[in-house]
Design a protein around this ligand. Sequence first.
Ligand SMILES: [Zn+2]
Length: 200
Amino acid sequence: MSKTHLAVGIAAALAVSPIRTAGGAFAAVIGGALGGVLCDVECKTPPDARDIFAGQMGAGCLTVALLCADAIMHAGLWMSIRSQNLYTLMLGALTVILLTSLGHLTAHRTFTHSLLYVGLLAFGLSRISPMLLVPALAGGVSHLALDTLNKKSVPWLYPIDRNGFCLKLCHADRTANAAFFWLGLGAGVALLAVKANAFI
Ligand SMILES: [Zn+2]
């Protein structure tokens, strides 16, 4: 479910991102959150669509709040966005908008649940700020890994392999979902506390 993808995406991004400033921590949280929830843009049927929309709104609000905090604190992320060339910024924004719009039109767990989509999404976000590249990749890969645990196939290598695979270990909305949410939240808070030592 989307809150689990949000929590695990952020934790994965915090785990693999080299964080030396508060701006780096903000970038990890934003990139992990967006990478974690934007794989599900193709889901259009309720009640899943409502849950996914709530997760995407959560990631969007988190992004706006942290960008505002970064700009006020001069922590580095907002500065890295402002230092990007205008055409590079437009390329990044257009890539993200086109990818998510195209992804919305595709069938469930096809293009948007592939390394190709995750890589292109991370590329688009990295054109907005290079600090978002690694976190977005981590968030996206964490989404594919979590979905692989349940009972519908994930086509990691789409379009080379359109069938993909799944491990059939759990349902998407039951005990394992709650367990991974709390695991992601706990790991995220612990990683943030440990890595914040580097810049506080
Ligand atoms: Zn998914």
